[in-house]
Design a protein around this ligand. Sequence first.
Ligand SMILES: Nc1ncnc2c1ncn2[C@@H]1O[C@H](COP(=O)(O)OP(=O)(O)OP(=O)(O)O)[C@@H](O)[C@H]1O
Length: 486
Amino acid sequence: MTQARKYRLSIMQALSLALNHVTSHGRNRRFAGISFLTQLRPQLLINNTVKMPPKAKAAGKGRAPAKRNLAEEFPPGEVLTDTRKKAWKLGIPIGQGGFGLIYLANEDSTKSVGADARYVIKVEPSENGPLFSELKFYMRAAKPDLIQTWIKSHKLKHLGVPRYWGSGLHEKGGKRYRFMVIDRLGTDLQKKFEECGKRFSRKLVLQLGLRLLDILEFTHDHEYVHADIKASNLMLSHSDPNQVYLVDYGLAYRYSPDGVNKEYKEDPKRCHDGTIEFTSIDAHKGASPSRRSDLEILWYCMVQWLCGKLPWEDKLQDPLYVRDSKIKCQENISQFMIKCFSTLDKPDEIQKFMEEVKSLGYQDRPPYEKLRSILQTGLKAIHTKDDGKLEFTSVNGTVAPPAKRVTKRKKADEETETEESSPKKKRATKTKDTNGVKSPKKAPKPRKAAKTEKQGDPKSRLVETGTQTSPGLALKSRGRPKKRTD
Ligand SMILES: Nc1ncnc2c1ncn2[C@@H]1O[C@H](COP(=O)(O)OP(=O)(O)OP(=O)(O)O)[C@@H](O)[C@H]1O
């Protein structure tokens, strides 16, 4: 075969791969765009290792190129020793992220790790940035003692931040892997949302809002913003169906390192970072996320959970349209409310919540207590109170049948190395829930990728469920460089 023909074939294969990504990942334009970019450069994709395109590499401040190795699987029973010399034993993989696998795990003992494991271990090739960045958040803010002290001092029953139990590097077959041990969780709320016919009851939404205010106040007071709140990043506890956790700190941004708040600065290259339908106006404009962004994102989530849909959801492929629609919404919240809700059942607390968020400056500390009381007033208006019980019933009051799942596997995404303290990029298609030992189900209209564990070949255990992803502008580098210090 001639060189030219070989090259033409590579291009054809790349185009077909890119097309597959577009079709199998629906509206995830960022994913499609970036994958397309890397695949159009066949020389950059070697044995499952994606090297960053030059632009992203340049953003890495002269550091080593951001090679991306796909996750490799370890057999159950593999023992990993963390930096404090504590040994952990792996069970089966129950989930897959962009470049890593999530395994059930327990402290090392003679017993094998069963379905009742209390921990999960996230493992990624050591040179990958995203886990490193997420790990930084967990190490700084999610130590069990810190969380416990906060729960006590704030008189909470629970705080939905998964606890960090350890981390380290593991060598196998001449390769190094980074791993992190955190609490094992259960089902994600995107799955619940679909099971409930894409509506949550007002009581449930207000209770989720209250839990998230607690989580955000804690996260913000520990110098981070999450920047990617959405149902697929909310998971129920594995043991208590009334506890909800915010996961995936891969986009978390240290907005206030050592207590010094970042200045507002728009970077045209960073426009629309996050998950397009929920991301904040600041993020649409290319500014780093701040505390007000998290609350704005939470508000869009609450509106979606109540109404089933945000008005811009049909045009997610047009980020400028989405941005402008959000700006219009902020300019006239009451008109937006009428558009989303019928005048009869318009929840006043939702409008008040947004009015409060709208009044916040970029560096302002949100009035968490006032926001909580706005949501509490909403509960009173429907003659109920926050009883701590999360009831997932369909809007007509019946318990929803389990959502069906698609069984397509999510392809591994690649991430740019980013400044440890700088915000990252558009989000890869999230895939949540797996957890366990439930069989995969089919979703009528997939909104995001999620993986579910099945027995047998661990790769085949990882099955997608529908979930919304986060597009961004196609053919762009994947966002801010992530600094790695090791
Ligand atoms: N603490 C946990 N307990 C149980 N399952 C989890 C936990 N965290 C994540 N999972 C499952 O593992 C899957 C992969 O999670 P992970 O955080 O690695 O990836 P992601 O958020 O989808 O992608 P990315 O690597 O791009 O951040 C999730 O979709 C979820 O189903």
